[in-house]
Design a protein. Structure first.
Length: 318
């Protein structure tokens, strides 16, 4: 059962449920003071035993680091938080407030785009898709420069702003939610790196690179396909067993070769062989990554302007 912190209820009127899972719920709310719509994310209350105090302290550190990034650091592809509230005693209970963007996350619009061969081109098209991939890579490079691991990079956690440009949200928190269900559910299991699936206590920011591979994959295919079957033919457990055994999906028909080369590098079993996001951003600067599909092409002038604008946000030392 998820609940909204009392402070949130005091200042915000819940207008509409957006989505919910075992870990969090997102709601469209109205700021009672301004009358404007906001997005409210309420994270699951976790009751902790005394012996779990160390976990609570780790979560505090992670949460404060997250707050510092989303409040004091500026990157156009990271969703900016307006307010937050939390309580830390023997439980974890917090909510965040951000601007509400009517375009929502890219999961549904991507699925519709692929299902209809690009017919919803006002909401999704080659220019928007090229911006999403480059913008997310740019944001992830920025986070890694700040020593932040996302651990939650999925299509559902990439939203489009009013200009149809991407913003990532809800990063760097799931590792300390305290419930295995928070790290593994029906919407995100394909994005989880094999070293995490195998229970490794040591892992690096390159788990996000693996997730990015499947962000790209899912942007070109609604179904994850192996050589002998697709993901609709087996359970999540069967899928994860294949990944742990070193199997990987095959190339989607719609995906250009340059993207497939990048994806295969990013989901390498050995994380040391995966490229960093600094390298990925350098790859994506080449014009060959401008998407052409369904008889449409990326507007190169607008795409180059976006890449130039967003590239100014990098921290010089990496």
């Amino acid at each position: 059962m998820l609940s909204i912190n009392e402070n949130a209820n005091e200042h915000y009127f819940i207008f509409e449920n957006l989505d919910e899972n075992e870990c969090l719920c997102r709601k469209k709310a109205i700021d009672k003071k301004t009358g404007k719509f906001v997005a409210l994310s309420a994270f699951k209350i976790i009751q902790l035993e005394e012996e779990e105090e160390e976990s609570l302290n780790m979560f505090k550190n992670r949460f404060h680091k997250y707050i510092k990034v989303v409040f004091t650091k500026k990157h156009p592809a990271i969703l900016k938080m307006k307010k937050y509230g939390y309580g830390f005693d023997n439980s974890i209970n917090f909510f965040t407030i951000s601007k509400f963007y009517k375009n929502g996350n890219i999961a549904a619009s991507t699925k519709e785009y692929l299902d209809t061969n690009g017919q919803n081109k006002d909401k999704m098209n080659p220019l928007i898709r090229s911006k999403i991939i480059f913008g997310v890579a740019s944001a992830m490079k920025y986070l890694h420069q700040l020593n932040c691991i996302n651990e939650n990079l999925t299509l559902e956690n990439i939203i489009l702003d009013d200009n149809f440009e991407p913003k990532i949200r809800d990063f760097s928190l799931y590792h300390y939610y305290g419930s295995p269900k928070c790290n593994l559910n029906e919407s995100n299991y394909i994005y989880i790196a094999p070293e995490l699936l195998k229970g490794s206590e040591f892992y690096t920011c390159l788990v996000d690179v693996y997730s990015f591979a499947f962000v790209i994959y899912k942007m070109f295919s609604n179904v994850v396909t192996f050589a002998d079957s697709n993901s609709s033919q087996f359970s999540s457990i069967q899928y994860l067993d294949r990944i742990k055994n070193g199997e990987r999906p095959i190339k989607p028909d719609l995906m250009p070769d340059c993207y497939w080369d990048l994806v295969t590098a990013c989901f390498d079993e050995d994380f040391d062989n995966r490229p960093s996001f600094a390298e990925i951003v350098d790859f994506l600067k080449f014009d060959k990554f401008a998407i052409e599909e369904f008889g449409m092409k990326t507007d190169m002038e607008k795409f180059r302007e976006y890449k130039k604008r967003i590239s100014k946000c990098f921290i010089q030392k990496y």
